[in-house]
Design a protein around this ligand. Sequence first.
Ligand SMILES: [Zn+2]
Length: 397
Amino acid sequence: MKQSINRRLVNKVALRLSQCLLVAVFWAMTYSIVKAFEQNERAISVLQYHHVSEQTPFLTSIKPEAFEAHLDYLVQENFQVISLSAFLQRIKTGALTEDKTAVITFDDAYASIYETAWPLLKERGFPFSVFVNTQAVDQKFKHSMSWSQMKEMAVDGVEFANHTHSHLHLIRKHEGETKAQWLARIRGEIEQTEALLEEKLGQSHKALAYPFGEYNPEVMTLLEEMGYVGFAQHSGAVGEGVNLQAIPRFPFGGYYSDLDDFITKVNALALPVGLVKLGVSSGEIEAGDVLDDLPHMDKEDWLYLHDEAQPAAYFEVPLTVQQSKRITCYASGQGRVPLALVGQADKIHGFLVETVKDAPVGRSRFNCTLPSQWSGRFYWVSQPVIRLAANNQWYPE
Ligand SMILES: [Zn+2]
């Protein structure tokens, strides 16, 4: 009798100990996750504009008043606006200690930058940079700045970087072209522009904004070999450990011009995502599902064949139970899309998002956000996808 009481006591103690251990493991895990997010509670936002004008195409233009409202917000909130070269130095040398910091960039060297944006930026003492597709300048395309205007700006401290010579689709391999020929062709485009910027403006930053925001793993590797940093155009803030060949930027213009939208984005944080895996939707997940294992996700880049109409994306990021309930994802043209957690209820490794309708042909994206438990700011991550047209052809742009 006494023995069995002792045994029961031992069992009880053992059970209690294992429960304590589980709780301790759970808290240790939660603590390490919280720590990772806390470290990312500061970020730099890279802002992308094209035209600042009412006369240019709606989708790539911001009205001067709206642009001015963005700049005034940065002044009022004491944002630090840093130049492209200062930004490159920060991200190449490791730890990001900045917060409330923005980098202002323009793509395509349009005339309204010289005429309208530059005076507004100069008035506020804000540095900025322009990614130039040099053929448009050389051949004096409509709406393009001239070399002499750009020289005048360069002398005043404006920075100019690479947007390729002909503004080509880097990932479109020509018919019959080998991989080596394709890579040699795009390397030539990048080198030609860098040489022209050096010759005409005396600048070489080795920073490339991908035309149309399009790149893939091979283009990223080429850039890395060439010693270039690559700027994309899917939204997101820059946090610790950002991929140097896929720097996210927040694009503004068209429907994305108003001040409220700007305030959310310029204050965004980087969701500390490790791997992103892509695949095709199973069509089976429902919001709130917790999956033990990740289904097969094996796409190598974000290009989808025409019949792979419904993309899916997995984002690897350990989440606390509380965070996992607050993350939301949207897909272009589909609004909020279902999201399943992957792992066990108390040990989430990441989340899987699936489209529920066919993605549009061309470029689209997933956007996911999570409100910060400390500041109410949003952790942000975005993943581009491209769907080819019928017969797996490239669509006209
Ligand atoms: Zn462009």
